[in-house]
Design a protein around this ligand. Structure first.
Ligand code: HEM
Length: 133
């Protein structure tokens, strides 16, 4: 068997709900003044990369790595200034997208926990220290 029977990929029933989630996510990104400028004008390629990555990460086919190699997400995100605001916006859009795609428990919670952690890990521009006198 190619993947664990309890993978999120199997729980949601395959690629389609993940595609729906990624579509919803990018529709929110389109409207986001902080995030939109970080992405290229044409969102088709970013959409495909995120879709393939999530399919792979959640236990489905490993097409992402065949096309892109090791994910190296910290490194690949370094060119983008990801501070707390960018991260919070990204996460809020993804949490809404999970619900827009009708992903039900227990996959929903597993996805929420993963996105919460992964997005915090990708912050690469810490907020300046607030020094009070
Ligand atoms: C924390 C806020 C985040 C911001 C602002 C952000 C922004 C971006 C941007 C601007 C790109 C380039 C678009 C492209 O060419 O594909 C990108 C790529 C990507 N992001 Fe994020 N991202 C964030 C978090 C995440 C998280 C949490 C994940 C995974 C769970 C993720 C997965 C990816 C993947 C897989 C790619 C494509 C990598 C590649 O193969 O080149 N991102 N992201």
């Amino acid at each position: 068997m190619a993947h664990s029977p309890q993978s999120v990929f199997d729980l949601v029933g395959g690629e389609e709900p993940i595609a729906a989630m990624v579509d919803a996510f990018y529709a929110y990104v389109e409207e986001d003044p902080v995030l939109r400028p970080m992405y290229p004008a044409d969102l088709a390629a970013p959409k495909r990369r995120l879709h393939l990555f999530l399919v792979q990460f959640f236990g489905g086919p490993q097409t992402y790595s065949q096309e892109r190699g090791h994910p190296r997400l910290r490194m690949r995100h370094f060119p983008f200034a990801i501070d707390q605001v960018a991260r919070d916006n990204w996460l809020r859009h993804m949490l809404r997208a999970i619900d827009a795609a009708d992903i039900s428990e227990p996959a929903r919670s597993r996805m929420r926990e993963y996105f919460d952690r992964a997005s915090a890990f990708l912050i690469n521009r810490p907020d300046p220290l607030q020094i009070e006198d």
